[in-house]
Ligand binder design. Structure first.
Ligand SMILES: CN(C)C(=N)NCCC[C@H](N)C(=O)O
Ligand SMILES: [Zn+2]
Length: 266
């Protein structure tokens, strides 16, 4: 898919102690490395020709760097999400301003208190949406997306991971990269059963390598997974540029590469 703008956000110091973690693994975050890795990420977006809107960090919102969760954008429409975890719901306020500036039509899920979606649960294939039935996103949230966007939206069960896209993401047109563990295999089966289009699945052994950012003939992949990188190279066209990015520090609070941006055509 072609995009011209990315919406990112600064990292508050409060993420280090206050970032939500699925596991209570308390491996300490190296703040300098975390900030360097995030700068490399936003620089890479700019090098790919995207205008990067960098929203200000907010110390009262430790996870606000993960802009993907605060909105879902489909062509010129945006759903502002009512996130699953209460501590993250106010992230939508800054996001609303950015999307209003971008001139997209806004549907505000926060008006429906029982509907919940984190953008990390939303796999948009270009013609339909697969959304996690997860710790953070529910059926009412899926219904809101279907009503707002007017495209098919199918719920896919998420057991272990935080979000659907903790185990999969779009690698290219109708091509889904997915982890080859138990969860990834069951997600692939459910997606195939629900899909209205044929998709090819690229299975990788490293769960973290299943979350990539694919846009404008480029794919961002997480550094440190050479086997998965080889599989990705074998499954993308020669014209596709792979950009390896370090993500070790935000991964400690369950962040991955799609989390830190929303890609739009403003
Ligand atoms: C695809 N993924 C995983 C995401 N879009 N979001 C990651 C959010 C992590 C944050 N600490 C939290 O637990 O909300
Ligand atoms: Zn994520």
């Amino acid at each position: 898919m072609e995009y011209n703008t990315a919406v990112c956000r600064g990292i508050p110091k409060s993420l280090i102690e206050g970032g939500l973690r699925l596991e209570n693994d308390h491996s300490p975050i190296d703040e300098a490395l975390m900030r360097r890795q995030h700068d490399e990420y936003t620089d890479a977006l700019k090098k790919c020709g995207l205008k990067v809107i960098e929203l200000p960090a907010d110390e009262s919102l430790p996870d606000c760097v993960f802009t993907e969760d605060a909105a879902v954008v489909f062509v010129k429409k945006a759903v502002l999400t009512n996130q699953g975890h209460p501590a993250r719901r106010a992230e939508v306020n800054e996001m609303r301003k950015a999307l209003e500036q971008a001139g997209v039509e806004i549907f505000d899920m926060t008006e429906e208190p029982d509907s919940h979606v984190d953008g990390g649960d939303v796999l948009f294939t270009g013609s339909e949406i697969f959304i996690g039935d997860s710790k953070r996103s529910n059926k009412a949230g899926a219904d809101f997306l279907r009503k707002s966007f007017g495209i098919p939206v199918h719920q896919i069960k998420v057991d272990e991971g935080l979000h659907l896209k903790s185990n999969c993401s779009m690698l290219g047109l109708n091509k889904i990269i997915i982890s080859n563990d138990k969860d990834g295999k069951s997600m692939a089966k459910e997606i195939m059963e629900a899909a209205q289009n044929p998709y090819t699945f690229v299975f990788v052994s490293d769960i973290k390598a299943s979350n990539v950012v694919s846009f404008n003939k480029t794919v961002f992949i997480p550094a440190g997974y050479p086997e998965s990188r080889k599989i990705i190279e074998e499954n993308v066209g020669k014209e596709i540029k792979l950009v390896e990015l370090g993500n070790t520090e935000l991964a400690k609070v369950d962040g991955c590469l799609t989390c830190c941006s929303i890609l739009i055509n403003a």
